[in-house]
Design a protein around this ligand. Structure first.
Ligand SMILES: [Zn+2]
Length: 170
């Protein structure tokens, strides 16, 4: 999406919400070049509507709000600004829609949320991972925690969805 002020392409999404039952996505963007903000309304085509396949095999519509809720509950009372949580959810939303056309397994979403949280807050990550990561045993869970404390998260594992070193702008 080009900036309406300077016409460059580098605008980041700073807020995103579905309206009209998710059929239209309202995105607030900030141009990285001229720093001006603008809003776009994008109609979500039927074919773009993703279906999530849950662990029990049932299918539900993909909802950004569910991702955000999962992130919020994992963060709990950790000192993580709401805008950071929203940005993480947005990045995941974008990545999922880029990668999957019609269906996405809930575990694939959970994995991405876990990876993103890992770069935001270790406690939130472990909380989230313990629920969604499907650890098979206590030792596997402990191995992940010790792995986390020995090796700080790096960019090497997977494309980074959220870079915690970039201070969020308001
Ligand atoms: Zn601009």
């Amino acid at each position: 999406m080009n900036c309406p002020f300077c016409n460059t392409k580098d605008a980041k999404v700073i807020d995103s919400r579905g309206i009209d039952s998710g059929a239209i996505i309202r995105r607030r963007r900030e141009c990285l070049h001229c720093k001006k903000r603008f809003t776009s309304y994008e109609r979500v085509e039927r074919s773009e509507r993703l279906v999530v396949i849950k662990k029990d095999g049932s299918r539900v519509p993909f909802e950004l709000q569910k991702i955000l809720r999962g992130i919020r509950s994992a963060c709990g009372k950790r000192p993580i600004p709401e805008e950071v949580k929203q940005r993480v959810a947005d990045e995941i939303d974008d990545a999922i829609h880029r990668e999957f056309e019609r269906e996405v397994h809930s575990l694939a979403i959970g994995r991405r949320v876990a990876m993103a949280l890992r770069n935001v807050d270790a406690v939130a990550y472990v909380r989230f991972a313990s629920v969604y990561h499907d650890f098979q045993s206590v030792s596997e869970f402990q191995a992940e925690i010790s792995d986390l404390s020995e090796k700080p998260p790096t960019k090497a594992h997977e494309p980074l969805l959220f870079d915690h070193r970039t201070p969020p702008t308001v």
